[in-house]
Design a protein around this ligand. Structure first.
Ligand SMILES: NC(=O)c1ccc[n+]([C@@H]2O[C@H](COP(=O)([O-])OP(=O)(O)OC[C@H]3O[C@@H](n4cnc5c(N)ncnc54)[C@H](O)[C@@H]3O)[C@@H](O)[C@H]2O)c1
Ligand SMILES: [Zn+2]
Length: 355
């Protein structure tokens, strides 16, 4: 597998490398496709064209934005388009979009003609620090996330924080939650740095944003490299997500909640479980709780009856035996363990716990 440090490029250097890659492989790439959605077509394609003029000659494949489109039917539409436009084994796909586009594009590239090359150009913060890292891609089946997919490595990863300028605050804070998660599970210094500097990302300070994004990518990549197929260690990346995903599904049909808020809340609840079950100190717990609840303006957003429903989602969603679920829990800020057995009783108490 490519080492991430060798394939990830930022800003001007990134476009120079991409240009170089395209011109140098002119014999082996005969057809470039840009996969994008209706928003990245408007906001991000002009930036890409501006940097690499000759990409205007490539074929555009547009999908409708949104998680609902992350399914096999969208892939079939893309395969048809690729066929129609004479895609072949020498084709290259540039995925220009958030996690939905890079997940779909990476998957399509892994099976079209038994595999073609692709490059990720993530345009959301979450895409930059999470979705386009770790070689997983795939689509949902009905309501079950990412059941169909593959592991596939892009030839390059292009990071350009210019794309973030058109992204809503809501989407920015989704990415920021994952960056905080990286600090909490693996690097206390990074958690502290993020606490002090996360606002620079929102305020377009390119240098600091690039630095923080790079560090986040490296933290995730190091974990992935040690356990690419998620047999063990990689599970620590799920910290905050067991409860966080249940909150997301509960709220999906009610009001919109960003992945970031759901995960920030999930991290608070799961830190409480870590305090109860995994030796997390009260001091660390309070630090996490106060910081995240303040940052995400989380203040008693669920009533007791709602919590009962969320609890039932976790309980019935997970087909676990013996009334237990396995969590990734913190030992302390910067250290996380996985496969921690947690009883439903403790999960319920964590949700009822007020902060
Ligand atoms: N493969 C993995 O390891 C992995 C990890 C984490 C998340 N994911 C997946 O990532 C997806 C979520 O990704 P996301 O949060 O990037 O969502 P997304 O791709 O749906 O993008 C969010 C919204 O922002 C718009 N958008 C994208 N870039 C923009 C820009 N620069 N300016 C304005 N609008 C822009 C999109 O059109 C979309 O409406 C989920 O499907 C999740 O399962 C995958
Ligand atoms: Zn997440």
């Amino acid at each position: 597998m490519n080492q991430i440090e060798n394939i990830i490029f930022f800003d001007k250097v990134a476009y120079k490398k991409l240009k170089h890659y395209l011109l140098n492989n002119i014999d082996t790439i005969n057809n470039v496709f840009i996969l994008l959605d209706n928003y990245t077509k408007i906001h991000c394609l002009p930036i890409l064209y501006d940097k690499i003029d000759f990409l205007k000659k490539s074929n555009i494949i547009e999908i409708k934005s949104g998680e609902k489109k992350k399914n096999i039917y969208t892939c079939i539409e893309i395969f048809k388009k690729l066929e129609e436009l004479k895609g072949n084994r020498k084709s290259l796909i540039l995925n220009l979009g958030g996690g939905v586009v890079t997940d779909i594009g990476g998957f399509v590239a892994s099976i079209f003609k038994r595999g073609i090359r692709f490059i990720n150009i993530p345009t959301t913060l979450l895409g930059m620090v999470d979705a386009s890292i770790g070689y997983k891609n795939g689509v949902n089946l009905n309501y079950i996330k990412n059941v169909i997919g593959s592991f596939n490595v892009p030839d390059m990863l292009i990071i350009d924080t210019n794309f973030l300028k058109t992204l809503s605050k809501y989407e920015i804070f989704s990415g920021i939650a994952e960056m905080f998660k990286h600090g909490l599970i693996a690097d206390k210094n990074y958690w502290n740095e993020m606490k002090n500097k996360y606002l620079y990302i929102q305020n377009d300070n390119v240098e600091i944003a690039n630095y923080l994004i790079y560090k986040s990518i490296i933290i995730k990549q190091k974990i992935v490299n040690k356990d690419p197929k998620e047999n063990g260690l990689r599970k620590i990346l799920n910290f905050g997500h067991t409860i966080g995903h249940a909150l997301e599904s509960y709220l999906m049909n009610k009001k919109k909640i960003s992945h970031g808020i759901a995960i920030a809340l999930g991290m608070i609840y799961e830190s409480w479980i870590s305090l109860e079950k995994n030796g997390l100190s009260k001091k660390d717990y309070n630090e996490i709780k106060f910081f995240l609840s303040d940052l995400y303006s989380i203040n008693k957003i669920f009533s007791n009856s709602e919590i009962e429903i969320i609890y039932s989602i976790i309980k019935y969603d997970k087909k676990n035996e013996n009334n237990n679920i396995y969590f990734s829990l913190l030992n302390k800020i910067g250290v996380c363990s996985y496969n921690c057995e947690v009883s439903f009783n403790i999960i319920k108490n964590s949700l009822l716990h007020r902060f």
